[in-house]
Design a protein around this ligand. Structure first.
Ligand code: AMP
Length: 215
């Protein structure tokens, strides 16, 4: 089974993908994570990507695709993947169709997680993460017990979770990513999920859908 998570920044795609990964043994692949890793390693791709990420713009398609295909070639992807943050525009979706066809694979479910933008802005401003293990926190709904994560890593704020960049990321979502709802609706794999609820409640719907689809 392969799953795709759609939704604006802060919609909770990553949190749901993490839960699915644990319960169904699929592998979560977040292009945002792959890019942040490249940035922290100061690779040529990372240095190039950083300029776009810090402005809240999409990183050029060919750069993201390179990182993604490298990852998809790893044998641990054979058990099925949860794509989180890719595709971000119709061109990327078409490229993905081509890649999947080559591997004789398909996307079985596209979860589209929706919440009002005002809520998303609040969530993104309150969002924190562990610099070591990547665990997500939220200063309002899920605050860390101290300035350190349970794993000992430092809890930080993502550099693109600031007001100006958040505004740009939401605009980019509306222009480039939202048309994917229609793209996957036509392929009859789209499932809309109300994201304006607590993480476990949303996950109940996700699990019910996966079961209904026979997985
Ligand atoms: P995310 O962690 O998904 O919120 O992504 C953080 C940032 O990485 C985005 O604002 C983009 O700059 C970049 N990014 C992540 N995925 C993609 C993608 N599929 N295409 C282009 N840029 C991306």
């Amino acid at each position: 089974m392969n799953i795709l998570m759609l939704g604006a920044p802060g919609s909770g795609k990553g949190s749901q993908a993490e839960l699915i990964e644990n319960d169904y043994g699929l592998l979560q692949i977040s292009t945002g994570e792959l890019l942040r890793k490249a940035v922290s390693e100061k690779s040529a791709e990372g240095i190039r990507a950083d300029v776009y990420i810090s402005k809240g713009e999409l990183v050029p398609d060919e750069l993201v695709l390179k990182l993604l295909t490298e990852r998809l070639n790893d044998p641990d992807c054979n058990k099925g993947v949860i794509l989180d943050g890719f595709p971000r525009n119709v061109f990327q979706a078409e490229l993905l169709d081509g890649i999947l066809e080559k591997y004789r694979k398909k996307i079985d479910i596209v979860f589209n997680i929706e919440s009002p933008f005002e809520i998303l802005k609040e969530r993104l401003l309150a969002r924190r993460m562990c610099a070591k293990c990547g665990k997500g926190y939220n200063m309002i709904s899920n605050p860390p017990k101290s300035v350190y994560c349970e794993c000992g890593g430092e809890i930080i704020r993502r550099s693109d979770d600031n007001e100006a960049t958040i505004k740009n990321r939401l605009d980019v979502y509306l222009i480039s990513t939202k048309p994917l709802i229609n793209y996957y609706e036509k392929k009859e794999v789209l499932v809309n999920i109300d994201g304006n609820r607590k993480i476990p409640e949303i996950y109940q719907d996700v699990k019910v859908t996966i079961k209904k689809k026979g997985y």
